[in-house]
Design a protein around this ligand. Structure first.
Ligand code: SAM
Ligand code: SF4
Length: 330
């Protein structure tokens, strides 16, 4: 599927639920989001149908996300059914890790091998504060269990937040010395109406990188791997076992290489994280559309894919999308 700007669209992120067992301050208001009604959430069977059609059109990678995907009942079974979709080469999961200790073994047995775990602080109190009540020990136990059962690679997503975890950047980076994990620093984006202040807490990855460079010699990971590993620019502390990734959607947006579509929890296809225009699939699915019609709708979503977003530093306060990550699928 080549879009009008010659980008090969081969990656679908699927939000299986907008619900979450945490309330991260930059992602959700403290009372949570107004939840999509039970009937309005796409059923697994419907997701599978969209994915099969997408794969026929050229999707080869799917990431399961949310909300918190492990909080939706039946997700392991869904993943094992995904594994049998012919042509789907790569399946991965993004989770907050709170339930991972309990699920890691079954997820791995169901065929999931790649996992991203979100973790913004290594301090128990700070973690509880940013997630509004999350238990750091549960996440750390989840990471250890994922490691033990064989997940590879294990990627840790850390949103860099000014005045919150800028004093922990070296501790996160230092973990890559003896652990084969990829620690990825993600710039805070102004999405949705979360009540928190994602603009004044923004920390550029240039600053994060400077902090690390002052303490450790950073080497760029060879160019080829850097190209295939999505939007992360990859580095390694000389001699370290793991890698450090920098994902900079604000300071260095990667729109020219964007290969993604998103299926929202309420059954819409979204061509750009920051463009609120979506294509409804749930209505046609429930009205009995054919696979051919579904494929045409996927094609329409790709046509809507803009050249890029304008969430550059100077304009961040001007342009933000209405929906939060949890609904769109981060
Ligand atoms: N609940 C799961 C989790 O936290 O990993 C999956 C969904 S969450 C929306 C996916 C990722 O989006 C997380 O790594 C989270 O930190 C990130 N995220 C959420 N809101 C964000 C924002 N405003 N800017 C940057 N990253 C954000
Ligand atoms: Fe939940 Fe993930 Fe959003 Fe945190 S970032 S509130 S864990 S969806």
């Amino acid at each position: 599927m080549i879009d009008q700007y010659n980008r090969d669209i081969n990656y679908l992120r699927v939000s299986v639920t907008d619900r979450c067992n945490l309330r991260c301050k930059y992602c959700m208001p403290k009372e949570g989001l107004s939840q999509i009604g039970h009937n309005d959430i796409l059923r697994y069977e419907e997701m599978l149908r969209v994915i099969r059609c997408g794969v026929r059109l050229g999707i080869s990678k799917v990431r399961i996300t949310g909300g918190e995907p492990l909080a939706r009942r039946g997700v392991v079974d869904f993943i094992s059914r995904l594994k049998s979709v012919p042509g789907l080469a790569d399946i991965s999961l993004t989770t907050n890790g709170v339930l991972l200790k309990q699920f890691a073994h079954d997820l791995f047995a169901a065929g999931m091998k790649r996992i991203n775990i979100s973790l913004d602080s290594l301090n128990k109190e700070k973690y509880a504060s940013i997630t509004r009540g999350g238990d750091l020990h549960a996440v750390l136990a989840g990471i250890r269990e994922a490691d033990r059962v064989g997940f590879m690679p294990i990627k840790i997503n850390t949103v860099a937040i000014k005045g919150f975890n800028d004093d922990e950047i070296l501790a996160f980076a230092g973990h890559t010395l003896d652990k084969p994990y990829q620690i990825r620093f993600i710039e805070l984006m102004p999405l949705g109406d979360v009540g928190g202040d994602n603009n004044s807490n923004y920390l550029s990855n240039d600053v994060v990188m400077d902090i690390i460079r002052r303490a450790y010699p950073l080497e760029e990971v060879n160019g080829k791997k850097n190209k295939v590993d999505g939007p992360a620019r990859l580095y390694r502390i000389a001699g370290g076992r793991g890698e450090i990734g920098f994902i900079s959607p604000v300071s260095q947006h990667f729109c020219q290489a964007c290969n993604r579509l998103r299926l929202t929890a309420d059954g819409h296809l979204r061509a750009c994280l920051l463009l609120d225009e979506e294509v409804d699939l749930k209505g046609p699915l429930r009205d009995g559309c054919s696979d051919r019609e579904l494929e045409d709708l996927i094609g329409q979503a790709i046509k809507k894919k803009p050249w890029g977003h304008t969430m550059i530093k100077e304009e961040r306060h001007l342009r933000k999308c209405v929906k939060e990550m949890a609904t769109i699928g981060g």
